[in-house]
Write a protein that binds this ligand. Structure first.
Ligand code: FAD
Length: 276
């Protein structure tokens, strides 16, 4: 069972607890994006196992009639093994998801994976347009990737970027990343059919609302479980599409550690939880 200290950021260890969490979110008008925790498998069996759990998950979401999507990490379903393994496993998940009407997001990992991830997702989306891909504003290449993506059926989730790419490839200064985020957000509202704003930043969320008013482009706001949850509900109550990214599974420790490391408030929360 998940220790109480981790359950702010992780929904539970199995599909049924993830679906319970989703039900509670849906009651407040918030959709879920379910992510089975796991990454960087070099063992094909592990990649197959998580692929099969995702297939089980999309079937369970459809059977329970919940407002939920999934989000898959490329290295969890085979990218560290080979591009072909990743493409095959992703296609298996997306085939079933399309059959039962569940949208599939693909996360973006470190800079070495971007080309292979883009190619596989764009390829897969030719047959199954209900797909989305995360794109990182801190990467200098991102505008070119967006130009390519807006010509495809793939929906983009724009985030600031969670990895530490080399300076020659990425903006590393916070102000530069924010500027790149604002500019790429505007580009998406101007050129895409729908935009996913993956950010907790009030400035970016306000900017998205203004861009929606200017261009009429549909959009949704996505935040992580455990971060600004009141705001997630308020956004939904105000009539905007609000989604919570909900990690679950037994590999929660490294994810929890990442959340605690990235922000002082999260670290204080962890210390308080340990003391109580
Ligand atoms: P930050 O720049 O971290 O913060 C800006 C402002 O937001 C803060 O000043 C504060 O006002 C507010 N804020 C931020 N955090 C908090 C908090 N805990 N409590 C209160 N206020 C807060 N990255 C990837 O590289 N690949 C992915 O696939 C990916 N998927 C993601 C999916 C979702 C749904 C989200 C929300 C993020 C994802 N990320 C991903 C992470 C992302 O790249 C950023 O690292 C992360 O979201 C932090 O950036 P930010 O835009 O939220 O704002």
């Amino acid at each position: 069972m998940l220790p109480p200290i981790a359950d702010r950021f992780v929904a539970g260890e199995d599909i049924s607890t993830a679906l319970d969490h989703t039900r509670a979110l849906n009651d407040d008008g918030v959709g879920a994006i379910l992510n089975l925790l796991g990454e960087h498998y070099d063992d094909p069996e592990k990649a197959t196992q998580d692929t099969e759990t995702y297939i089980e998950l999309v079937e369970a979401i459809a059977a329970a009639d919940l407002d939920a999507r999934i989000s898959v990490k490329p290295s969890q379903v085979g990218l560290d093994i080979s591009d072909e393994t990743f493409a095959d496993n992703l296609a298996r998940i997306v085939d079933t998801a399309a059959d039962v009407g569940v949208f599939v997001w693909v996360d973006m990992e470190d800079h070495t994976t971007i080309d292979a991830t883009l190619d596989a997702v764009i390829d897969c989306a030719e047959d199954h347009p209900d797909m989305g891909l995360c794109v990182q504003a801190n990467m200098k290449r991102t505008r070119d990737d967006l130009r390519r993506l807006v010509e495809t059926p793939v929906t983009v989730r724009l985030v600031k970027g969670a990895y530490d790419p080399p300076k020659r490839l990425a903006y590393t200064d916070k102000a530069d990343v924010n500027r790149a985020y604002r500019e790429n957000l505007a580009y998406l509202f101007e050129h895409a059919d729908h935009v996913a704003v993956g950010s907790h930043d009030p400035e970016m969320i306000e900017r998205a609302k203004e861009l929606h008013d200017a261009y009429g482009t549909g959009f949704e706001i996505q935040m992580l479980m455990g971060v600004r949850e009141d705001e997630q509900r308020d956004i939904a109550s105000a009539g905007y599409e609000s989604y919570q990214y909900v990690p679950f599974g037994d590999k929660w420790l490294s994810y929890f550690y990442r959340r605690v490391r990235e922000r002082k408030e999260n670290a204080l929360f962890a210390v308080r939880a340990l003391l109580s």
